[in-house]
Ligand binder design. Sequence first.
Ligand code: ADP
Ligand code: ZN
Ligand code: ZN
Length: 712
Amino acid sequence: MRFIEVAVFCPVDTAFTYMWPEQLGDFPAPGCRVLVPFGRRTVMGLTLGPKAEVPCEQASKVRPVESLLDRAPLWDEASWQTWRWMAEYYHHPVGDALATTLPPALAKGETPACPTETLVDHSGEARYKPSPEAVVSTPSQKKVLKLLQGKREGLTRLELIEKSQSPRVVDMLIRTQVLVAQRRVCREVELNPDQAKAALAIRHSLGAFAVHLLDGVTGSGKTEVYMEAIAAVIAAGCQVLYLVPEIGLTPQTCARLEQQFEVCVMHSKLSEKDRMLAWSLAQGGKASVVVGTRSALFTPMPNLGLIIVDEEHDHSFKQESHLRYHARDVAIYLARKRSVPIVLGSATPSAESLRNALAGRYHHLKLPRRASGCELPTLEIIDAKSLPFPDGLSQPAINAIAATLAVGQQAMVYLPRRGFSHSIFCKACGWASECQNCSARMVYHRSVNKLMCHHCNDSSIIPRCCPNCADQLTPLGAGTERAEAALVDRFGRDRVLRLDTDVMTTPKALLEAFTRIRSGEPLVIVGTQMLSKGHDFPSVTLVVVTGTDSALFSCDARAAERFIQQVTQVAGRSGRSKPGRVFIQTSQAEHPLLQQLIKDGYHKTLFDLIVRYEEGLMPPVSAHALMTIETTGQFEGRSMLESVIDRINHPALLGPFPALMERKAGAHRYQAVVMATNRRERHMLLSRVKQEWRSMKSRYALIIDVDPCQFS
Ligand code: ADP
Ligand code: ZN
Ligand code: ZN
């Protein structure tokens, strides 16, 4: 009898042993899906490998595998080893970790089909024309084709849908390749010497593992460097994995890629059908470039030749629930295992990457100038300490916006808070709109006329007067909704556009907003973090940063780094093709971090932060992990963590302490940290913590976050 180890898709720490029944055929290789009995259910799992010994007395109790879903492993050996490493490194239950690597349809047991179809363009910018062999039968199909008669450039998907009013027919024609996207072979731009040097360095490194940090200021033309490298990889018959923080925010990049290469887009908002199709296209080698958000990392690519991680500093590469992995870090491991180069690109590299580049572990490729030749804007301060700005914008900021609109240009207001006001409160007795489930205030959203908690999504109606003393209530602080209202009052509805997740709920809305901004009409755009990510808006000549002061006082050790990244990124939206200005409105004009950023720029400021991390033995110099436990009882978590820490009694294991958000969604939260000098020590300590935790047989899960990005 032969036994097999299976990572069952459930949050239990260990793998399980099953019997391999002969009628299922040959013993499967690691990385195939199987269905196995688990308790009274049948569940999915991935095969890990043969189990050598099972004690005789237990052998008879081992249950057999029910069925095998894949004849061959889903990934190549090196990728599979990377996922196994990932589960270990992040100390996550192996079955649950491996389940993360599969798109939902595959995790449910569907078989990836051999694709005869193609993907519908998602950037909305590809232009379609009928393929030479196109044959159509139905009148509605004929109608769509007729629209294209005489259109030499073709039409975009949205244009076709608008004109034909039949979205399903259009998408079906694209899928079945009756309509095909037009590729432009010619290059639009000549690389400048810095770009050419960077592209050459990447090309020379193909075929072996290497990490490049493409450290290029905002607007320096990093995308063109990627394109050049991608073309070389594809010419050699290989595939490229291209990770971006958010797909909806990079339509221009997708469009640029789709014009030149066979691209498939992979992210969690795709329909299950499209995700399966993309998976199959990549696995079959039919897609040359896979562009996607962090989970695209797990797409099987048999001929992988290059990995690109754009905006590598961005925190959306870190998953903040379940398996808390960092896609950039796993991608680096994957590149090493698969012997391919990886390019990390950013205008504001993370401390991790810059430190590695300075130490010579990464190739440091620099693009110090903007491709347009425009100077980078300098940062100027609006000292708002003694100025009133109830709506988030002071008079000098409004004046600057007015002047920008008056000359027909665009302004951007970066305000990283959604909603109308941070809370509502009573001036008479101090009552404030607290969430009853969380240690947080409820945010006032005027458009839906509700108080909402951004942590547990609870909402409530707005009290007419103070529930305590019946006095009048006042909104406190300003979010994007309030700034928008003030700007509309001042400049009129037609001049103001808001960009945050409350209004940009569909890809179409976002695309329309981008099109409007790029049309260049005079406009003031107010928005959250959405504004700070990789867009190229040529007509923006003014950026106002506001509402960022709280970041200067955070207890999170790496908040300073995030602050300078965000300010530099948004500032970089200004003056891309005409000279621009950037104002930071703050009540903390003298804050040393802000002063240094203005005086020395991003790199020098980050460098000094790295020196501080080194002196204080903070991450990324040391190896940290955060453990959180969420309980119903107020002090349960504290006493459980206390006993684990006492039993292990190691100087690098500290706690317990209440979490920054002591209560969240009704649970009480306590934390402990491992502050180890190196990864090996951290790994050892976490293993011991888990062992102790198991022996306590607690009904609560211990949430482990390795290399935490945020403490909350
Ligand atoms: P980044 O990603 O580094 O911020 P982008 O790749 O978005 O910069 O490029 C910024 C702008 O510069 C784009 O409009 C791009 O078309 C243009 N550009 C890039 N490279 C060149 C070049 N060599 N010559 C002229 N324009 C360029
Ligand atoms: Zn009151
Ligand atoms: Zn809440």
